[in-house]
Design a protein around this ligand. Structure first.
Ligand SMILES: O=C(O)CCC(=O)C(=O)O
Ligand SMILES: [Mn+2]
Length: 217
Protein backbone atom coordinates (compact mmCIF):
# COMPACT_ATOMS: atom_id res chain seq x y z
CA UNK A 1 0.00 0.00 0.00
CA UNK A 2 1.30 3.42 -0.84
CA UNK A 3 0.32 6.73 0.66
CA UNK A 4 -0.83 7.46 4.11
CA UNK A 5 -4.10 5.90 5.14
CA UNK A 6 -5.13 9.20 6.67
CA UNK A 7 -4.21 11.22 3.59
CA UNK A 8 -7.83 12.14 2.91
CA UNK A 9 -8.06 13.84 6.28
CA UNK A 10 -4.74 15.66 6.37
CA UNK A 11 -5.10 18.62 8.68
CA UNK A 12 -3.84 22.14 8.23
CA UNK A 13 -0.44 22.99 9.67
CA UNK A 14 -0.97 25.62 12.34
CA UNK A 15 -4.26 24.23 13.61
CA UNK A 16 -4.56 23.76 17.37
CA UNK A 17 -6.57 20.77 18.51
CA UNK A 18 -7.52 21.04 22.15
CA UNK A 19 -7.30 17.82 24.15
CA UNK A 20 -8.11 19.38 27.51
CA UNK A 21 -7.65 22.57 29.54
CA UNK A 22 -3.84 22.32 29.38
CA UNK A 23 -3.25 19.89 26.54
CA UNK A 24 -3.18 20.49 22.81
CA UNK A 25 -2.03 19.06 19.50
CA UNK A 26 -0.14 21.65 17.45
CA UNK A 27 -0.65 20.52 13.87
CA UNK A 28 2.51 20.52 11.81
CA UNK A 29 4.51 22.42 14.41
CA UNK A 30 7.63 20.28 13.82
CA UNK A 31 7.54 20.46 10.01
CA UNK A 32 9.97 23.36 9.65
CA UNK A 33 12.46 21.64 11.99
CA UNK A 34 12.59 18.26 10.27
CA UNK A 35 15.26 18.93 7.63
CA UNK A 36 17.69 19.79 10.39
CA UNK A 37 16.39 17.31 12.92
CA UNK A 38 16.42 14.15 10.79
CA UNK A 39 20.20 13.94 10.21
CA UNK A 40 20.74 14.66 13.92
CA UNK A 41 18.44 11.80 14.79
CA UNK A 42 20.53 9.48 12.60
CA UNK A 43 23.65 10.51 14.54
CA UNK A 44 21.91 9.82 17.84
CA UNK A 45 20.87 6.37 16.57
CA UNK A 46 24.43 5.53 15.55
CA UNK A 47 25.59 6.18 19.11
CA UNK A 48 22.57 4.72 20.88
CA UNK A 49 20.58 2.37 18.60
CA UNK A 50 16.94 1.43 19.22
CA UNK A 51 16.59 -1.54 21.55
CA UNK A 52 13.76 -3.56 23.03
CA UNK A 53 13.72 -3.10 26.79
CA UNK A 54 12.18 -5.53 29.25
CA UNK A 55 9.33 -4.53 31.57
CA UNK A 56 9.55 -5.03 35.33
CA UNK A 57 7.18 -7.98 34.77
CA UNK A 58 9.65 -9.61 32.36
CA UNK A 59 7.91 -8.87 29.05
CA UNK A 60 9.88 -7.55 26.09
CA UNK A 61 8.45 -4.19 25.02
CA UNK A 62 7.13 -4.25 21.45
CA UNK A 63 8.23 -0.66 20.76
CA UNK A 64 12.02 -0.28 20.75
CA UNK A 65 13.37 2.94 22.17
CA UNK A 66 16.46 4.98 22.80
CA UNK A 67 17.24 8.36 24.35
CA UNK A 68 19.28 11.49 24.02
CA UNK A 69 20.01 14.20 26.53
CA UNK A 70 21.45 14.12 30.05
CA UNK A 71 18.89 11.55 31.23
CA UNK A 72 17.32 8.59 29.48
CA UNK A 73 14.21 6.61 30.43
CA UNK A 74 14.86 2.91 30.91
CA UNK A 75 12.91 -0.17 31.85
CA UNK A 76 14.30 -3.40 33.25
CA UNK A 77 13.37 -6.18 35.67
CA UNK A 78 14.44 -3.70 38.38
CA UNK A 79 11.80 -1.14 37.37
CA UNK A 80 11.46 2.06 35.38
CA UNK A 81 14.03 4.76 35.89
CA UNK A 82 15.93 7.59 34.32
CA UNK A 83 19.66 7.14 34.14
CA UNK A 84 22.53 9.16 32.75
CA UNK A 85 24.22 6.25 31.00
CA UNK A 86 23.06 3.91 28.27
CA UNK A 87 22.81 0.48 29.94
CA UNK A 88 23.80 -1.23 26.66
CA UNK A 89 27.03 0.68 26.11
CA UNK A 90 27.83 2.08 29.55
CA UNK A 91 28.35 5.45 27.86
CA UNK A 92 26.42 8.65 28.51
CA UNK A 93 23.35 9.03 26.31
CA UNK A 94 24.08 11.10 23.18
CA UNK A 95 23.79 14.84 23.75
CA UNK A 96 20.46 16.41 22.92
CA UNK A 97 20.91 18.15 19.56
CA UNK A 98 20.23 21.89 19.70
CA UNK A 99 17.45 21.60 17.13
CA UNK A 100 15.65 19.05 19.34
CA UNK A 101 15.85 21.44 22.27
CA UNK A 102 14.60 24.35 20.19
CA UNK A 103 11.64 22.38 18.90
CA UNK A 104 10.71 21.24 22.41
CA UNK A 105 10.93 24.65 24.04
CA UNK A 106 9.13 26.47 21.22
CA UNK A 107 6.30 23.93 21.14
CA UNK A 108 5.94 24.06 24.92
CA UNK A 109 5.81 27.86 24.84
CA UNK A 110 3.21 27.78 22.06
CA UNK A 111 1.11 25.51 24.28
CA UNK A 112 1.39 27.82 27.29
CA UNK A 113 4.43 26.35 29.04
CA UNK A 114 7.14 28.97 28.66
CA UNK A 115 10.53 28.12 30.12
CA UNK A 116 10.36 24.35 29.54
CA UNK A 117 13.89 22.98 29.80
CA UNK A 118 13.84 19.25 29.01
CA UNK A 119 16.71 17.07 30.18
CA UNK A 120 15.46 13.88 28.55
CA UNK A 121 14.26 12.90 25.10
CA UNK A 122 12.84 9.40 24.75
CA UNK A 123 12.65 8.20 21.16
CA UNK A 124 10.21 5.43 20.20
CA UNK A 125 10.03 3.51 16.92
CA UNK A 126 6.73 2.01 15.81
CA UNK A 127 6.16 -0.44 12.98
CA UNK A 128 2.82 -1.70 11.64
CA UNK A 129 1.03 -3.45 14.49
CA UNK A 130 3.10 -1.77 17.23
CA UNK A 131 1.10 -0.18 20.02
CA UNK A 132 1.66 1.50 23.33
CA UNK A 133 -0.79 0.57 26.06
CA UNK A 134 -2.45 3.21 28.22
CA UNK A 135 -0.08 4.63 30.80
CA UNK A 136 0.83 7.79 32.69
CA UNK A 137 4.25 9.44 32.41
CA UNK A 138 5.10 9.37 36.10
CA UNK A 139 8.81 8.66 36.46
CA UNK A 140 9.75 12.35 36.34
CA UNK A 141 10.48 14.35 39.47
CA UNK A 142 8.59 17.52 38.68
CA UNK A 143 5.04 17.11 37.44
CA UNK A 144 4.71 20.88 37.03
CA UNK A 145 6.66 20.46 33.78
CA UNK A 146 4.83 19.35 30.64
CA UNK A 147 5.44 16.50 28.22
CA UNK A 148 6.16 17.47 24.61
CA UNK A 149 5.58 14.67 22.11
CA UNK A 150 6.59 14.89 18.43
CA UNK A 151 5.25 12.59 15.71
CA UNK A 152 7.19 11.73 12.54
CA UNK A 153 6.34 9.41 9.68
CA UNK A 154 3.20 7.30 9.37
CA UNK A 155 0.14 8.45 11.23
CA UNK A 156 -1.06 7.08 14.54
CA UNK A 157 -4.16 7.20 16.67
CA UNK A 158 -3.40 8.78 20.03
CA UNK A 159 -5.54 7.43 22.85
CA UNK A 160 -6.24 10.20 25.34
CA UNK A 161 -7.81 9.20 28.61
CA UNK A 162 -8.47 10.75 31.97
CA UNK A 163 -6.71 10.75 35.31
CA UNK A 164 -7.85 7.18 35.96
CA UNK A 165 -7.09 4.21 33.76
CA UNK A 166 -10.75 3.24 33.51
CA UNK A 167 -13.21 5.66 32.01
CA UNK A 168 -12.59 5.62 28.29
CA UNK A 169 -10.41 7.49 25.85
CA UNK A 170 -10.73 10.06 23.12
CA UNK A 171 -9.00 9.18 19.84
CA UNK A 172 -6.98 11.80 18.01
CA UNK A 173 -5.06 11.16 14.78
CA UNK A 174 -1.42 12.28 14.95
CA UNK A 175 0.30 13.10 11.68
CA UNK A 176 3.87 13.68 10.54
CA UNK A 177 5.06 16.92 12.13
CA UNK A 178 2.37 17.15 14.81
CA UNK A 179 3.39 18.04 18.36
CA UNK A 180 1.22 17.12 21.35
CA UNK A 181 1.83 18.96 24.61
CA UNK A 182 0.24 18.12 27.95
CA UNK A 183 0.90 19.62 31.35
CA UNK A 184 -0.71 21.30 34.32
CA UNK A 185 -4.05 19.72 35.19
CA UNK A 186 -3.62 17.33 32.23
CA UNK A 187 -0.09 16.23 33.09
CA UNK A 188 -1.09 12.89 34.60
CA UNK A 189 -3.67 11.86 32.04
CA UNK A 190 -3.49 8.32 30.72
CA UNK A 191 -2.47 8.02 27.09
CA UNK A 192 -1.34 5.45 24.56
CA UNK A 193 -1.04 4.63 20.88
CA UNK A 194 -3.48 2.33 19.04
CA UNK A 195 -1.93 -0.36 16.82
CA UNK A 196 -0.14 1.35 13.93
CA UNK A 197 -1.66 0.64 10.54
CA UNK A 198 0.23 -0.29 7.40
CA UNK A 199 1.30 2.86 5.63
CA UNK A 200 4.20 4.51 3.97
CA UNK A 201 5.84 7.85 4.45
CA UNK A 202 8.50 9.47 2.26
CA UNK A 203 10.85 10.08 5.20
CA UNK A 204 10.36 7.02 7.41
CA UNK A 205 8.99 4.26 5.15
CA UNK A 206 6.53 2.14 7.14
CA UNK A 207 7.67 3.50 10.49
CA UNK A 208 6.48 6.07 12.94
CA UNK A 209 9.06 7.81 15.11
CA UNK A 210 8.03 9.63 18.26
CA UNK A 211 10.08 11.84 20.54
CA UNK A 212 8.86 12.72 23.99
CA UNK A 213 10.67 15.48 25.75
CA UNK A 214 10.57 15.49 29.52
CA UNK A 215 12.03 17.32 32.48
CA UNK A 216 12.99 14.20 34.33
CA UNK A 217 15.51 15.19 36.96
O1 LIG B 1 4.26 7.66 20.69
C1 LIG B 1 3.59 8.53 21.26
O2 LIG B 1 2.96 9.38 20.63
C2 LIG B 1 3.48 8.54 22.76
C3 LIG B 1 4.70 8.01 23.46
C4 LIG B 1 4.56 7.97 24.94
O3 LIG B 1 3.51 8.20 25.49
C5 LIG B 1 5.72 7.63 25.77
O4 LIG B 1 6.79 7.30 25.25
O5 LIG B 1 5.58 7.67 27.01
MN1 LIG C 1 3.76 8.45 27.67
Amino acid sequence: MTGDLFADELPLAGERMSLGPQSVVLRGFALTFIDELWPRLQQVLTQAPFRHMVTPGGQTMSVPLTNCGPLGWTSSRAGYRYRSDDPDSGLPWPAMPAVFMRLATEAAAAAGFAGFAPDACLINRYRPGSRLTLHQDRNERDFSQPIVSVSLGVSAVFLWGGLQRAGGTQRMALFHGDVAVWGGVDRMRYHGIAPIREGSHALTGSERINFTFRKAG
